[in-house]
Write a protein that binds this ligand. Structure first.
Ligand SMILES: Cc1ncc(COP(=O)(O)O)c(C=O)c1O
Length: 353
């Protein structure tokens, strides 16, 4: 097959628009040839357990799945009874971007809370943390947070600890959607366990795809008492890969050395460069009318643009509206975003404003 796309085109639409990191592709090739037992009894999935243990400590178990929605839905389902509910920020991927799969596939009610920055606090959790024992109310038994958040913001370990303590004191468990967990580790400059297991996260959706994998995530159980039935739930949720070795090999490639950090640091640095470029334009007057709607703490930049600018800018670079009513847009950087992409983007924004 010949290449069908223009390899030079990159944009700021999503960290999923990028391809596969060459070291991950090499890992897939290295795992190829010969036969391995299907459905996870292969050498790469065994190695993955060791790799996760090296990051999160002994006693954790990882269940590779195909995608992030599958990780969230399957992980949450393993944490909840049939009558359970999850408290999440209204901007949470589980609430707005999973097609209702948590409700329809897992049968979980999501109790969502508006936030200003995509982050829950104990006070915000309390808006929905009530009604235990009331047979008329879906029982709030899990709090779910996203790190880094859908708005590109970050929780500090102390903030996660406060949420975990708050949830646990009320008989709830803490789930973390880590579709961009590598970006958070890079931005916080902390080991993965420092803002997950060590501060009370019970179950984690570990993201590989946005970090340079072809496609692969994992449900990681950090506290075995918080999760039940994952052995069976992956199959029920159509997330049990027969050729699991190739999903595991990708995650091993990211996590065995520092590839996850290299990729995430680069994506974060490109977002910082984009923001700094726009800020420089705003201060020297070459860019006008742009305001930032969120702090840039990981690999996403959120901004509002003057009327009509987004569509004209999109003629050269793809990106998504975040809240079209407010002219708010989202610019995402990836492991393969280049400095020249960012600089050309800032130059085009300057030309249009
Ligand atoms: C916060 C968050 N969680 C989970 C996902 C996983 O989604 P998918 O099912 O497309 O892999 C994404 C992807 O956009 C995301 O942004």
């Amino acid at each position: 097959m010949t290449t069908l796309h223009d390899r030079a085109i990159r944009g700021f639409a999503s960290d999923n628009y990028s391809g596969v990191h060459p070291e991950v592709l090499a890992a897939i090739a290295a795992a190829n040839d010969g036969h391995q037992i299907a459905y996870g009894e292969d050498a790469y999935t065994a190695r993955l357990q060791e790799v996760f243990a090296s990051h999160f400590g002994e006693g954790v178990s990882a269940f590779p799945v195909f995608n992030g929605t599958g990780a969230n839905v399957t992980g949450l389902q393993s944490m909840l009874p049939r009558w359970g509910a999850v408290i999440a920020a209204s901007t949470a991927h589980i609430n707005v971007d999973e097609g209702g799969a948590p409700e329809r596939v897992a049968g979980i009610k999501i109790l969502n809370v508006p936030t200003t920055d995509g982050k829950l606090t104990p006070e915000l959790v309390d808006r929905e943390a009530w009604g235990w024992g009331d047979e008329h109310r879906a029982q709030p038994l899990v709090v779910s947070i996203t790190q880094s958040t859908e708005l590109g913001t970050l929780y500090t370990p102390e903030e996660i600890r406060a949420l975990a303590d708050h949830a646990h004191a009320r008989g709830m468990r803490l789930h973390l959607d880590g579709a961009r967990i590598a970006n958070a580790a890079a931005a916080l400059d902390l080991p993965l366990r420092a803002f997950t297991r060590d501060v009370g996260v019970d179950v984690l959706s570990f993201g590989g795809t946005k970090n340079g994998a072809l496609g692969g995530e994992a449900v990681v159980v950090l506290d075995p008492a918080a999760s039940d039935g994952l052995l069976f739930l992956r199959k029920l949720n159509m997330q049990l890969a027969s050729k699991m070795r190739f999903i595991s090999a990708q995650l091993v490639a990211l996590l065995e050395g520092d590839l996850y950090l290299r990729n995430a640091r680069h994506a974060n640095a490109m977002a910082a460069r984009l923001r700094a470029g726009v800020e420089a334009g705003l201060s020297d007057g070459s860019i006008t009318g742009v305001t930032f709607s969120q702090p840039t703490q990981s690999n996403g930049v959120f901004a509002t643009l003057p009327d009509g600018v987004a569509d004209r800018l999109r003629e050269a670079f793809r990106f998504y509206d975040w809240d079209a009513a407010k002219n708010e847009v989202r610019w995402m950087c990836s492991f393969d975003t280049e400095e020249s992409d960012v600089d050309a983007f800032v130059a085009e924004l300057s030309r249009l404003t």
